[in-house]
Design a protein around this ligand. Structure first.
Ligand SMILES: [Fe+2]
Ligand SMILES: [Fe+2]
Length: 286
């Protein structure tokens, strides 16, 4: 068991690139060719893709850029410059045609970022952009697992479908770790700040978070709300309830939650339209 886990950890620590959605790359490319577009506009597009965001944050936090700790996409882009971001986006597997699963997970990630943003604003929390970024990246471990463990992922999916297991439980059975821990390793190996890596690593176990429990609780709640809304596809076929500790940490009540859910429903319609647009440009590309 232990061998399998440390072997996987080594593979993950060595991972330098992950595939991203071509529609996002096309849009970014068009923006960067237009002199009137701003870093903020590009940052907005980058912030819709969990994989590209992870890659940009990784580079901005790498020792070659000094030891800044950058936790927002806009700051990372200002630090790196538009050209670096563009070449980073283009150097990724542009023509990779994502399988249906990836589109579902991308929508789930984008939905969770949207929900995390709404919750953080509603609670007047500081660092809203960081919280939304942590929401965007929370399931990045799933991307790397499906990329690096092709054989095991089939077994995990079979267990989820046929044995009605929760994806994290199936991952732990097959890999002796789960996507949250794997995402945490990845974030650490890319020198992302703890305020991002901790919510990623602890989004299914809020009690395990120590320094960033509020951010972790927001990401956990956002993940559950997006699953419950039926938006996107996280890989799970059922939704576990919100952990009481997250509820207490955020001092959440029914009324507040009702307002958040209403806002989220509205916003998810926009996110869905954006997703359809992005997939349309994927088709054009293919
Ligand atoms: Fe997850
Ligand atoms: Fe999730």
């Amino acid at each position: 068991m232990d061998d399998r886990r440390s072997e996987l950890k080594k593979i993950i620590m060595d991972t330098k690139t992950l595939p991203t959605l071509p529609g996002v790359i096309n849009r970014l490319n068009a923006l960067s060719n237009d002199e009137r577009s701003s870093v903020q506009e590009m940052a907005r597009i980058v912030s819709t893709d969990q994989v590209l965001s992870a890659r940009i944050l990784r580079l901005a936090n790498s020792p070659s850029y000094g030891f800044y700790r950058v936790s927002t996409i806009s700051n990372a882009m200002i630090l790196l410059g538009v050209n670096v971001v563009k070449s980073l986006a283009l150097s990724s597997s542009i023509f990779e045609i994502m399988e249906k699963n990836s589109v579902g997970l991308w929508e789930h990630s984008l939905g969770t970022a949207t929900a995390a943003n709404i919750i953080a604003k509603k609670l007047s929390l500081p660092e809203v952009e960081e919280i939304a970024t942590a929401g965007l990246l929370h399931d990045i471990g799933k991307v790397i697992i499906s990329l690096k463990c092709a054989e095991q992922i089939r077994e995990i999916r079979r267990m989820v479908q046929q044995d009605n297991m929760y994806i994290s439980d199936a991952e732990r059975k097959v890999l002796d770790t789960d996507h949250a821990e794997v995402g945490g390793w990845l974030a650490k190996s890319w020198y992302l700040p703890d305020k991002l890596s901790e919510p990623i690593a602890c989004h299914h176990n809020v009690a395990a978070s120590e320094d960033h429990r509020i951010k972790t609780s927001v990401v956990h709640l956002a993940d559950v709300l997006v699953k419950a809304s039926g938006f996107g596809h996280s890989g799970d076929h059922f939704v576990l309830p919100v952990q009481p500790l997250a509820w207490e940490t955020l001092k959440m009540d029914e009324k507040l939650l009702g307002e958040i859910v209403l806002d989220l429903e509205d916003k998810l319609v926009e996110v869905k339209n954006f997703s359809i647009e992005m997939q349309g440009s994927n088709d054009a590309e293919a």
